[in-house]
Design a protein around this ligand. Sequence first.
Ligand SMILES: Nc1nc2c(c(=O)[nH]1)N[C@H]1C(S)=C(S)[C@@H](COP(=O)(O)OP(=O)(O)OC[C@H]3O[C@@H](n4cnc5c(=O)[nH]c(N)nc54)[C@H](O)[C@@H]3O)O[C@H]1N2
Ligand SMILES: Nc1nc2c(c(=O)[nH]1)N[C@H]1C(S)=C(S)[C@@H](COP(=O)(O)OP(=O)(O)OC[C@H]3O[C@@H](n4cnc5c(=O)[nH]c(N)nc54)[C@H](O)[C@@H]3O)O[C@H]1N2
Ligand code: SF4
Ligand SMILES: [Mo]
Length: 682
Amino acid sequence: MTASAPTRDVLLTCPLDCPDACRLRVTLGRGEDGKERMLKVTGDADHPYTRGFACAKTVHYPARANHPDRPLYPLRRINPKTDAEPVFERVSWDAALGDIAARLRTLLDTRGPQSILRYHYAGTMGLMEGAHVHALFRALGTPELDETICATAGTEAWAMGYGARYAVDPADVRHARLIVLWGINSLSTHSHLTPELTAARKAGARIICIDPYRNRSAAYADTHLKLRPGSDTALALGVMHELFAHGWTDNAYIAEATQGVEELREAAREWTPQRTAATTGLSVAEVQDLARAIGTTRPTYIRVGYGMTRHEYGGTNLRAVTLIPALTGDWRVPGGGCVLSSSGAFKLNRTRLGAAHLIREDAPHINMNAFSDALKPAAGLGATLIYNCNPAVVAPDSGGVRAGLERPDLLVVVLEQAMTETARLADYVLPATTFAEHADVYTSYGHHWLGYNPAELEAPGETRPNSWVFQQLARRLGVTEPSVYWSVDDLLEAVLDSGHPYLAGITPERLKAEGSVRLNLPTPFLPYAHGAETPSGRVQLSPAPVHREAQAALNDAYPLRLLTPPAHHFLNSTYGNLPNLTRAEGGEPQMLIHPDDAQAAGLSDGDSASLESEVGRVQRRVRVTGATQPGVVVVEGTWWGLSAPDGQSINTLTAQTLTDLGGGSTFHNTRVRVRPAGTAVS
Ligand SMILES: Nc1nc2c(c(=O)[nH]1)N[C@H]1C(S)=C(S)[C@@H](COP(=O)(O)OP(=O)(O)OC[C@H]3O[C@@H](n4cnc5c(=O)[nH]c(N)nc54)[C@H](O)[C@@H]3O)O[C@H]1N2
Ligand SMILES: Nc1nc2c(c(=O)[nH]1)N[C@H]1C(S)=C(S)[C@@H](COP(=O)(O)OP(=O)(O)OC[C@H]3O[C@@H](n4cnc5c(=O)[nH]c(N)nc54)[C@H](O)[C@@H]3O)O[C@H]1N2
Ligand code: SF4
Ligand SMILES: [Mo]
């Protein structure tokens, strides 16, 4: 792009799948073609949560919006999808929509709605472009897609103990005197928590990070506990053992606000520091120190991430940890408690959002983690429409997903802002607008502000919002359900009309005028101070969590556990096509391996290694480092396969195995073997 002169600054909410939902200051400028485009992104200095900075990723959003490969016109694939290099021709919207609608109509009439699958996740968190757009499919009666790839194991685990997900007010975190980052790399994945952590530390707080490898947050913390992956339930029970044994429990809180403490006490009894240490790989002293710190420091703030949920027993792991503050009574103290997500505080009226009212009791459900299976010919799909998601890279068993999308008899329609590897496998690529180019409404899962973005920029080329595309298809398919045709104003009107006190005073007019509005929460916000929104009205401690070893146990054939957590400079696969950000991540994906394991496998730093799981095989550059532990290898980031030496996504290795709760993904559960690339299995 040639340099443009800045024209104006606008304030917009970041649409990406990140807890921070930042209020961004976006500088626009006019190019030589006379059109305005995005020039620069920073954070709104006046926003109490964003505090004037955007993350290391989103400052580069303009390069993504103005990317030379961004699809700007509807494209039709004209060579076989099995050819390595796709060839597309530009077509008119009318031709593309007409053909897609005709093929969907034929499928509906001959094979029924179950032959069509929508596939999506949270590429945009917007209520219109992310959530409401499923309305068309509900009107057609196509299968429900269960959106399990990220959060449902945690959501269900939280629901068992607490009901709705409420969070400690971020502004109260600075009051905490102990902060435990438990299975979350918040410095990378929740970067606006960092100023709060730093403020708490200045006031004397200690920060402990519990993670199998030394990520950025572990390096920042005062103490890093390098536990064995999948052993969090054992560690949580070990902490509880000490809480009970030393009388560090808040018995008044337990009596008033919880149910099932005797069962939990019984379950914790066998988790002595010795046994806990043996199971978690930590030392007895580390276990005792963690328990004493939690037992004797008020308030203690525990921030859990989704990391510990991405295992076979991940739901239980998270539930065990989140019950700790119900024993210490931290929920009564501003800054104390445990946080997974703040989303429960957004008490919107969702009855018609995404036409949820049309979901039939007997609707078939497809778990999005099983997309590879759903795309097998025997499953009977004739078409899939993919939006806000890049499954050829991010979904488990991505090799199977790619093979499915390549099927010549399957109509693949991809709505995209970037020429992703999923888009490259489409029969039709439909060019999508970005957050500056369409209006939308945003909640957050890390703070308490509701956001509204107007469409500030003219849509480039022939890009269109998802909602426009689906309304056009709906017209061609004769859909009459009114909510399918909602405007953003209709949506705002409907969702804000819940009568809940947290939304009191928040009208569509006010939200549109102010752009970012704080929920009307009580101060201090202590949502679990006297109980929880469970059927009993109490925090539910039973059934007591039970530690279980993964069924995919390490063995001689597969001696290493592979973790694939997020990269600092990507947002899932978003930004993986920007050269400066792939450079910042080391130029290509790398496998971190402990010196002991590297030696055993005959690998040295900088070598190329073959990693093999029961699902697939990839090749990665080796980094020998004590940052990880024996038995654990780490590949950070869902890089584009195109950036890897072998062209393969890391999810070539991951399995469709589901978690114990919520049908969630198990991305950190993969067992692998490694050897120098190009050598045969011995
Ligand atoms: N920079 C950046 N930010 C992001 C994202 C991104 O891709 N990049 N993605 C966004 C999205 S969609 C999400 S869901 C969040 C995810 O953000 P996080 O919750 O931080 O990420 P996770 O993959 O869940 O992994 C977090 C940590 O859990 C550790 N872990 C793995 N197994 C275990 C275990 O058994 N026990 C414990 N205690 N820890 C374990 C991993 O080593 C990792 O360091 O981040 C969001 N923000
Ligand atoms: N191995 C491994 N795999 C993982 C993870 C992991 O930790 N390890 N993390 C998992 C997690 S937590 C998640 S949430 C998923 C995320 O996986 P995805 O939801 O696929 O997230 P992204 O890779 O960011 O891709 C989102 C896509 O949506 C597009 N998009 C954004 N806005 C719009 C829009 O308005 N309209 C349209 N049509 N498209 C839009 C973007 O261009 C982008 O290509 O990945 C999962 N996959
Ligand atoms: S990706 Fe997250 S941290 Fe970065 S600007 Fe967006 S909301 Fe903020
Ligand atoms: Mo996620």
